[in-house]
Design a protein around this ligand. Sequence first.
Ligand code: UDP
Length: 366
Amino acid sequence: MYDYLVVGTGLFGSIFAYEASKKGLKCLVLERRSHIGGNCYTESVENINVHKYGAHIFRTSDENIWKYMQQFCKFNHFVNSPIANFKGEIYNLPFNMNTFSKLWNIFSPKEAREIILQQGKEIQGEPKNLEEHTIKLVGRDVYEKFIKGYTEKQWGRDCKDLPASIIRRIPVRYIYDNNYFNDPYQGIPIGGYTAIFEKMLEKCEVLLEVDFLEQRQEFQNKAKKIIFTGTIDSYFNYKYGALEYRSLRFEHKILDTNNYQGVAVVNYTDRETPYTRTIEHKHFEFGTQEKTVISEEYPLEWNKNIEPYYPINDDKNQELYEKYLELAKKENNVFFGGRLGEYRYYDMQDSVKSALEFSKKELGIL
Ligand code: UDP
């Protein structure tokens, strides 16, 4: 008999399994895919660590989380400074003085503020959706060139039908600073993410290519408690209907050049380019390999046969999630966690935080 059955080897599941096994508790860990690490998984191709499920840049404002992660790997000094490509025009992201100066041929923050303030007046009263919120915040020019096309491709919905919360992640700065994130700690694990998960799961028994939901009878009584990190609605057989997710498809390409785009991430913010981003993986680790590997990222409508990536936290889905949460509370000795288990647009550090909080509650002092 195991103490815990952990379903899923992403950050939430792996951190819990690590903390439990550190306390001498026995964990059986099931993973549906053929590898550990969830969407953080990296794979070496042409000696380059390829982020198979899209760019993962670790960052946090919480010193404890940063320190916690250091026990599993060393982080490099990568700073995410993506480029926007709008119909061939190149701009810096996030929205900052470099973007504004190129956009309006201006120099000073004062000029930028005035233009944005003027354009923002188009929206009277409280902004009701992502479109209105963005225009009010950064003006119509920025909205049209950098937000509208990208967001509608990414979410498959009109910006008028999306909540503003999606965009609140992106900073707007009136200084010349291309760092996409505000957090004081940021980096990429040297050697890739997969090694982190190997360390976390070192003391556990891990079974790959086992779908718990398909083999529930066989596994659910093997442990005293279950930690489930898959989608919460799937655990309950979509009893109240399926929650919506947005998915992605990646086209990975090996190119015979040592530097394709000169930066790790390029956002294609126009509507015409079918993908939202291209990633050139070697730049995450300042690679000097002869070849390069790039990935084009295509947003995709989710269905039950493909990986869910992003929860769609609009009112309708949130209400549905609350219903599943009520069911979850009634479930004895089953706990749900992570981006899919909690149906939240978590970044990596949020999953780490949630896993550590849960571990403390469940296991006592870590
Ligand atoms: N976004 C945008 N233009 C950009 C980058 C982002 O409109 O060039 C919007 C888009 O709606 C996206 C959201 O901002 O879903 C959050 O972007 P972020 O880069 O944080 O998304 P993630 O890396 O989580 O996919």
